[in-house]
Write a new protein. Structure first.
Length: 81
């Protein structure tokens, strides 16, 4: 991911299947990957048909959809978008 702060020089590789996911609201699971100052990178795993509530963050959010579909007020997004 290249959108992080220029000063953030961390390089990491995580085998996500070996990580401990954290419980979130509505059967969602969260896996924090990296944090630097006010930037946070995490994975969110959701059940089919669930609603995802993403708190508003300074600077906005970027979402990479690995599988399934995601719908917001602007559009419907398919996997790998």
């Amino acid at each position: 991911m290249r959108q992080l702060a220029a000063e953030d020089k961390a390089h990491f590789v995580k085998a996500i299947y070996k990580q401990q996911w954290q419980n979130g609201p509505d059967d969602q699971l969260f896996l924090p990957l990296h944090q630097y100052e006010d930037e946070l990178v995490l994975l969110i795993k959701c059940s089919v048909g669930s609603e995802v509530v993403i708190p508003e963050h300074k600077g906005g959010d970027e979402i990479l959809l690995l599988s399934g579909k995601f719908k917001d007020e602007q559009s419907v997004y398919s996997e790998k978008t």
